[in-house]
Design a binder for this molecule. Structure first.
Ligand SMILES: C[S@@+](CC[C@H](N)C(=O)[O-])C[C@H]1O[C@@H](n2cnc3c(N)ncnc32)[C@H](O)[C@@H]1O
Length: 313
């Protein structure tokens, strides 16, 4: 796999030149440096002609995608288009959910298209949608760990480990109550202010609302289906890892995760452990000189690349 390779320090330096010009220094709620670097490096190596970004937030990820692939067509999906602050050219901005898009209209070459899911939607749902559209190259940002309760959506990591949803009933119910209140609030405020316009959007918004509900079924059958069609599962490694400095809150978490990075080979059905990209000492000065907060460097969630082959029966 030409495009799955370990980046060098030189690659990281080139990326930092781009990263330091990013439109938002504080991209809270959006992509952080570890995933941004992997996304950048992967896209630059793979050279897709189309990238679909589902979940745009302010547009920090779109900046990275455009920097990696200046010529590619980008399709950005974001229900809250109003919150996008940074827009790029040669890009369609759509409000619809991925499941509602007719991708035939874009004349896409699926061999050279990457779908970047960063929308906190369940992988079980997304898996059926990519199966339906026969997309092959998927990057999933919210790849929550199988052994903890931190995530808000089912992830490829959980599918690959056969784990069932980890969420408690209380957490699920709280999430659903919150979704319901937000929907009612959004509906009432917008409906009163933009009555006619809002009627048109009603159906669309209702479908987001529904897709936000979590039912958490037992999920072994999703694991089986994913494993049937996946050719490669690869967790992008962390940039670095700080061994001894206890002032960084996430350190323990990252220490625990350090040796767990996985790569899955369909032929052998084996996982291979991956390591961090660079020793801290190698990149410390680069990080500090570029004013990158160390907590941001440690912000990491196993973002993965999945290669699917849906031609099998
Ligand atoms: C983590 S943020 C995206 C970060 C962005 N990709 C970046 O790189 O900075 C998640 C976004 O997903 C959006 N979202 C929520 N439901 C969605 C859906 N069904 N389809 C696409 N985006 C959705 C949210 O409005 C939010 O802006």
């Amino acid at each position: 796999m030409e495009y799955i390779k370990k980046p060098t320090l030189e690659n990281f330096k080139i990326f930092l030149e781009i990263y330091k010009k990013r439109p938002f220094k504080n991209n809270d709620g959006g992509i952080k440096i570890a995933h941004a670097f992997s996304l950048f490096f992967f896209l630059k190596s793979f050279k897709p002609t189309t990238i679909i970004e589902s979940g745009v937030h302010k547009g920090g990820g779109t900046y990275i995608i455009r920097a990696a692939c200046p010529e590619a067509k980008i399709i950005c999906l974001e229900p809250n288009l109003e919150k996008i602050e940074y827009r790029v050219s040669n890009c369609e901005y759509l409000r619809e959910d991925f499941s509602l898009i007719n991708f035939d209209q874009f004349n896409i070459n699926k061999d050279k298209t990457v779908v970047f899911f960063d929308d906190h939607q369940d992988f079980s749902k997304r898996f059926y949608e990519i199966y339906h559209h026969k997309f092959k190259h998927i990057i999933f940002e919210d790849n929550f760990h199988e052994n903890n309760n931190l995530g808000d959506c089912y992830s490829p990591k959980q599918a690959m480990s056969n784990s069932e949803y980890q969420y408690t009933v209380k957490k699920r119910n709280l999430h659903n109550i919150k979704s319901f209140c937000l929907f009612v609030f959004d509906y009432l405020t917008k409906f009163i202010r933009f009555k006619d316009e809002y009627k048109i959007e009603h159906n669309l918004r209702y479908s987001y609302f529904k897709s936000n509900f979590k039912f958490f079924p037992k999920n072994n059958y999703i694991s089986k289906a994913v494993k049937k069609y996946i050719k490669l599962y690869y967790e992008f490694p962390q940039i670095t890892f700080i061994k001894s400095d206890s002032k960084y809150k996430k350190q323990k978490l990252n220490y625990f995760y350090k040796d767990e990075l996985k790569s899955f080979n369909l032929n052998t059905q084996n996982y291979f452990n991956k390591s961090i990209l660079f020793e801290y000492e190698e990149v410390k000065n680069l990080i500090l000189d570029n004013n990158i907060n160390l907590n941001e460097v440690l912000n990491y969630n196993f973002m993965c690349y999945c290669l699917f082959d849906f031609t099998k029966n």
